[in-house]
Design a protein around this ligand. Structure first.
Ligand code: FES
Length: 340
């Protein structure tokens, strides 16, 4: 271990201790402080914050996430920043309700229970945690699954289940990519029931804000339905009275999965097909066009978006154009679909 420094976050007034060897984000996780984050690898800018005082050293990051001129102005990426003095950091993106609700991530061993086809290119992976301590997570969170045979390589996937309904179980929906490091192993049967896998987590802030009374609007596509399913299942378990509408886009009918369960969950379910809709009685078109067509006033919703990056970007643009404040739009585009 190296030297330890005190890092103070403004305007929330929280202080943590950070070793020079660790990033500010990891030190915060360790101490139960859930700062905003996404990729945790300097790619997405979700953790971007302003350095009011002090010196940091940054691990390798993308200049798309932090352009040089911003770095020169004092912006930094907390997932890449190691402190070299005490720091004062201004959080730009934070949520008081989430900040203190963090379960410190840890690495656990799991056993593969099942690998099943949901569609031609989406697999359901079911893991059981083998650990004496409960492995808790919030609906909407994700874990990093370590890629067998590749030390230090991991892939992030959101859980589709809830911890409360099946403690110790982790259920994922994983899109197969040609040559995908992890999904390739699933596709060719190299990961099978009985195998051991390590996971680290939980991570993620794609979680319900319990104190919000606003209507819920979910927009999901493909394997991006995993965390949305977790959130919807939790609404059902808690018998939530919050009004919810969930849009689910796919190319063809064969690409939709869990339709019966989704239709039975509370709220209004709108599946839509963007390509082959022969014999389909439901909505057609890109899911964002369907939302635009069916929703008039959505300025007062909490919106949750997860799916392929182009869908997520189109959905965010639509929501903003329809007057949904940025702070009420939650999205995941780095997990399940974008990282392979
Ligand atoms: S850049 Fe830090 S979490 Fe993505």
């Amino acid at each position: 271990m190296g030297n330890t420094h005190t890092v103070r976050f403004e305007p929330v007034g929280i202080e943590i201790e950070v070793d020079e060897e660790e990033t500010v984000l990891n030190a915060a996780f360790r101490q139960g402080i859930m700062l905003m984050h996404g990729c945790k690898e300097g790619q997405c800018s979700a953790c971007k914050s302003f350095l009011l005082d002090g010196e940091v050293d940054l691990d390798r990051y993308s200049t798309f996430a932090l352009p040089d001129f911003e770095e020169a102005e004092g912006w930094t990426l907390l997932c890449r920043a190691h402190p070299y003095s005490d720091l004062e950091v201004e959080l730009i993106n934070y949520d008081e309700e989430i900040l203190h609700g963090g379960t410190p991530p840890r690495t656990v061993k799991t056993r593969v229970e099942a690998v099943e086809s949901l569609t031609s290119d989406i697999r359901r992976l079911h893991l059981r945690v083998e650990d004496d301590e409960p492995f808790e997570f919030r609906p909407g969170q994700y874990v990093d699954i370590h890629v067998p045979g590749h030390e230090d390589a991991h892939r992030s996937f959101s859980m589709a289940n809830t911890h409360s309904s099946a403690p110790g179980e982790l259920e994922f929906m994983i899109k197969l990519y040609p040559g995908g490091r992890f999904s390739g192993l699933l596709a060719d049967g190299a990961i099978k029931p009985g195998d051991a896998l390590e996971v680290t987590g939980p991570y993620g802030v794609f979680t319900l804000r319990a104190s919000s009374p606003r209507r819920l609007l979910f927009i999901g596509g493909g394997a991006g339905m995993a965390p949305i399913l977790s959130l919807l299942r939790s609404l059902e378990e808690t018998r939530s009275e919050r009004e919810a509408t969930y849009y689910y886009g796919a190319r063809t009918e064969a690409d939709l999965f869990h339709l019966d369960e989704l239709a039975a969950l509370p709220g209004t379910f709108v599946p839509a097909l963007s390509e082959d809709s022969n014999g389909w009685n439901g909505e057609t078109g890109l899911i964002t066009d369907v939302v635009e067509r069916l929703e008039d006033d959505i300025s007062d919703v909490d919106a949750y978006v997860c799916g392929p990056p182009p869908m997520v970007e189109a959905a965010i643009a639509l929501l903003e154009a329809k007057g949904v404040p940025e702070a009420h739009i939650y999205f995941d585009k780095f997990t399940t679909t974008a990282d392979e």
